[in-house]
Design a protein around this ligand. Sequence first.
Ligand SMILES: C[S@@+](CC[C@H](N)C(=O)[O-])C[C@H]1O[C@@H](n2cnc3c(N)ncnc32)[C@H](O)[C@@H]1O
Length: 290
Amino acid sequence: MGETCKNWTEWLSKTRFASLTEEQKTQTLNWLSLVGDIIINSAKIEENDTVIDIGTGTGLLAFKALEKLNGTGCVIFSDMFQDCLDNCQEFINANAENIKGQYKMLLSPADKIDLPEGSVDKAIMRSVLVHIVDKQSAINEVCRVLKKGGIFSFFEPVISSNTRYWELVRPENIKNYEAFKEAENTFMTDFSDSLCNFDENSIAENLDAAGFSDGEINLDNVESKYIVSAPMIDEWFNNPPAPGRPTIKDRFLRFFSEEDVREYIKDLKRELTGREITVRTKSIFAYAVK
Ligand SMILES: C[S@@+](CC[C@H](N)C(=O)[O-])C[C@H]1O[C@@H](n2cnc3c(N)ncnc32)[C@H](O)[C@@H]1O
């Protein structure tokens, strides 16, 4: 990899799996499906509901919603990028005999959804707020398009809580360890960065401020173990977290020279290749009732 990722469809179908082994890719796909099922179940989708999947991407949630509706109601595949909607439409065209029910494609940013107030029963979303700096505006907009009593069910990874690279290594084996630790802590808590500017508490405040009357936020804290390979470390540094966004390497380059970052990556490879590491991730599963 290391090349600029063209668009969201490419990122979702290829880039995000680039640092994974085949086994890890299968585990990730199974996990994504499970996350989708949890979101759909929490949305309590009923016959004849109008359901909007905001930031649908390749339609992970929207296709599950269509199945759940079983030929009734309507699913709105909504995204800010046309490539995503085209990709979903192509999938529908290729699998027309297996897809029942009404659907619409809606090109709209999450903070300005092109739908009237109170027009949908359920809103579902996975890993979209994490790409939007102003989460309050997007959550306000979800609340606006929902009917009274409508449910917003969503999942977001709390990236600022993830294990950091400096935690995985022995300080004495890394040149400039303290400076790299400080730089990573700085960019992982940058409030202007959509990836890091939130947690479960800020999301709860956003939901309240938007006018949701009830709801629940559940945390999923996971520890995963795996053996590190050198190419995996290259992918960690060179894979963008979203199309057009700075890679981890770009983020370190704001603080260090190209040569220093290259040395740091070399030190990490020496330190971690062949070693089993444990990484921590935290995610939010939430639902809110208007
Ligand atoms: C990580 S992907 C998740 C896709 C899909 N929800 C899933 O679970 O596979 C993020 C999605 O959010 C969309 N997106 C990013 N910013 C957006 C915005 N401001 N408004 C609407 N969609 C947005 C992207 O186009 C992309 O499809």
